[in-house]
Design a protein around this ligand. Structure first.
Ligand SMILES: [Fe+2]
Length: 510
């Protein structure tokens, strides 16, 4: 973390200075550690394009309230948790307290400050500094619920007045047992996004996967400095997300709207400032949305499809093949791990979808051979703001029809691809003449006329038979994983109303 912090210190070229305010007392909790060198306050000179307070002012910490708490696992969810939050003004000595009981929290564990500076744009927006705080907890006990509070000089979560801000999280169990995780993409800040969040919270998932297009602060989504961008949308997003992410690890990857060109490298400096994700991908500094973790008997892999997309090529090829080489290695490791029954991969752009953006040939060309080689069990995408689920796909066609309620075996049938892009942003539709809600039939046809993006950025027409279930309302995915002698994934799609609109089962070698 210290290395990353140094990296962040130098990343934002317009940042003024970050002045260490000195270390606070280390944590008492055995095995916990602060995230390093980060306690500090940002100072900067007033600018004609500046907004907000000047950090050189002495702000009373008692009037500054932390918000936007969000959790993320480290690379080992059994022992590692990252706690992140935001403050509207600079604060002194930010910290977390952690404990096994809500009223018995540890001494202060130092937090890291990441000051994200957004340059002003004459006549469009004021310059802005946003202050994100992070604490890395290592050496936690598996399968254990911890309580935590975030604070700073003048704001103590252990005090009676602030104790209502104390949250909790639970580490992954030492041995695989039944659990639920949820997933969606394309959220933004909307009433429907909040409704989905609340429904997700009710599922009590072990973690949530966010397949990108997280906040839509970059409204345009082309990954260019000419995009329309409002960084304050992130303040609203993190407030919205806090309802669930303060207790449920919120594992994000990167969509096209997450390429915020004002922050180097690759437009991902904003994501690195706001989130603390596992740093075990091919290059955590340059590609924070690429990582992997295991929970129980499931291996999860997050990918950055901006690297391979033919449709929106702002970042196409930036990893120079290193991400795909890492994916090959990582899938091999997971398949060789005797404790892992299922491998789930999630990323933004669709490998198989018939809605507005259709399918991205870049994803197919780069990664589908590896998904097949390593028999990936489930692929989750966003990008199209609908729910769409394929049959099991093998060699580009239907390997086996998988109607609602049926079971599929990836070792025999191929892979089911799910587009879960109904998180909250305005919804898409399906090609004209195609029913919104669909189970095995499209009006009176068995196929759909759609297309896929080619390397030359053309839309190559296809007539496909793999589109099995579709839904145009707000929705999310809920996956129940079971271990034991007959391991299985029960994959369900839930509408914003709570109604189950799809479900199927994945078993290997059944
Ligand atoms: Fe997208």
């Amino acid at each position: 973390m210290a290395e990353q912090y140094e990296y962040l210190r130098t990343k934002f070229t317009r940042r003024r200075a970050l002045v260490s305010a000195g270390a606070v007392a280390g944590g008492l909790l055995a095995g916990c550690s602060g995230s390093g060198s980060g306690t500090g306050t940002a100072t900067r000179s007033p600018s004609p394009l500046s907004a907000g307070s000047t950090p050189t002012e002495k702000v009373d910490g008692a009037v500054v309230t932390p918000f936007g708490r969000h959790l993320a696992f480290g690379a080992d969810p059994k022992t590692q948790m990252r706690i992140s939050w935001q403050v509207p003004l600079t604060v002194r000595k930010p910290y977390v307290r952690v404990g096994l009981k809500p009223w018995e929290l540890s001494r202060r564990i130092e937090a890291e400050v990441r000051d994200l500076h957004t340059p002003g744009l004459e006549g469009v927006r004021l310059a802005l500094d946003q202050f994100y705080l992070h604490a890395a907890l290592d050496g936690l006990r598996p399968g254990t619920t911890y309580y935590y509070g975030v604070g700073h000089e003048g704001f103590d979560p252990a005090s009676k007045e602030r104790h209502s801000t104390v949250g909790s999280f639970t580490t992954a169990p030492a041995r695989a047992e039944k659990f639920v995780f949820t997933a969606f993409g394309d959220q933004g800040v909307t009433p429907d996004a909040l409704a989905n969040d609340k429904l997700i919270l009710g599922r009590e998932p072990a973690f949530h996967l966010h397949a990108g297009d997280i906040c839509y602060a970059d409204v345009t989504g082309h990954g260019k400095e000419s995009d329309i961008y409002d960084p304050t949308a992130w303040d609203l997003f993190l407030k919205q997300t806090e309802t669930v992410a303060r207790t449920v690890p919120w594992m994000v990857t990167t969509g096209n709207h997450d390429m915020e060109a004002w922050y180097s490298p690759n437009g991902y400096g904003g994501q690195s400032a706001r989130f603390s994700l596992p740093e075990n991908g091919f290059d955590a500094k340059n590609s924070p949305g690429v990582y992997s973790f295991t929970y129980g008997n499931v291996g999860i892999v997050a990918l950055d499809a901006n690297d391979v997309s033919y449709e929106i090529p702002a970042n196409k090829g930036y990893s120079e093949g290193r991400q795909t080489a890492w994916l090959d290695r990582r899938l091999k490791e997971l398949r060789e791990d005797e404790g892992i029954d299922f491998v789930v991969v999630f990323f933004h752009h669709c490998a198989y979808s018939t809605s507005t953006h259709a399918s991205d040939g870049g994803v197919r060309d780069a990664w589908l051979p590896l998904f097949t080689k390593h028999q990936v069990d489930l692929v989750i995408n966003g990008h199209n703001h609908v729910y769409e689920r394929t049959d099991a796909i093998k060699n580009g066609g239907v390997g086996r029809p998988v109607p609602i309620g049926e079971s599929t075996d990836p070792t025999r049938d191929g892979i089911v691809y799910v587009t879960a892009g109904g998180a909250g942003k305005s919804l898409y539709s399906f090609p004209s003449g195609v029913k919104d809600s669909y189970e095995g039939k499209v009006a009176d046809r068995e196929s759909v006329d759609t297309y896929h993006w080619t390397k030359s950025k053309n839309q190559n027409p296809d007539t496909v038979e793999w589109s099995r279930v579709r839904y145009t309302g707000y929705s999310f995915l809920s996956v129940e994983a079971e271990a034991g002698p007959a391991p299985r994934l029960t994959v369900s799609a839930l509408a914003e109303s709570g109604k189950r609109i799809d479900h199927f089962e994945v078993r290997r070698g059944a």
